[in-house]
Ligand binder design. Structure first.
Ligand SMILES: CC(C)(COP(=O)(O)OP(=O)(O)OC[C@H]1O[C@@H](n2cnc3c(N)ncnc32)[C@H](O)[C@@H]1OP(=O)(O)O)[C@@H](O)C(=O)NCCC(=O)NCCS
Length: 144
């Protein structure tokens, strides 16, 4: 990813999830070098930062599972099956890596995303009080 895209990633996360990811957040959470990270790019606009239409950021955790840190699509790219494609591919690759579970956190109010993940086999495991600065989170877990 070109270096000047970080501000665009931060903007996309802020608009679509309400979360503010600073340089420190990116450093603290870490972006592992593995096949579970993907960018959706509008090739007509590449390499402008505005060509960035979506981000999947995930990481292996513990021995048996992966965590989606963030899956965000620009509003113009939503409901076109990109989310389904990238999640299906991630689950299949993680399974071939020997992982068995997938988990993520989602805002309690983000019913659209919860429905999307439910359709893909994840279930609400528990509420995480105060997970977000202004709202509780839900931990969703699924088998691969
Ligand atoms: C949640 C999110 C990742 C889902 O990805 P997506 O690409 O929009 O999801 P899909 O297109 O695969 O599926 C969404 C809907 O589009 C429908 N759809 C998919 N492809 C379609 C097509 N070709 N024609 C018509 N409808 C289609 C699906 O059936 C689904 O229907 P629903 O409205 O009943 O839910 C995405 O919407 C997003 O980034 N949202 C904002 C950020 C966010 O909330 N992220 C999650 C934080 S944890």
């Amino acid at each position: 990813m070109p270096e000047n895209w970080q501000a665009k990633v931060t903007e996309l996360f802020k608009i679509e999830t309400g979360e503010i990811y600073s340089d420190t957040t990116f450093r603290m959470l870490g972006i592992p070098e593995w096949h579970g990270n993907k960018l959706l790019v509008d090739t007509k606009l590449y390499p402008q930062p505005d060509s960035l239409m979506g981000v999947l950021w995930s990481k292996p955790i513990f021995d048996d599972r992966i965590r989606i840190v963030s899956l965000v699509l620009d509003v113009q790219a939503q409901n076109q099956n990109y989310g389904t494609e990238v999640l299906t591919e991630l689950k299949s690759k993680a399974k071939s890596d020997g992982k068995h579970m997938i988990q993520l956190e989602v805002r309690k109010s983000n019913v659209k995303a919860q429905n999307f993940y439910s359709r893909h086999g994840l279930k609400i495991d528990k509420t995480i009080n105060g997970y977000y600065s202004n709202e509780d989170g839900l931990l969703m877990i699924g088998e691969l």
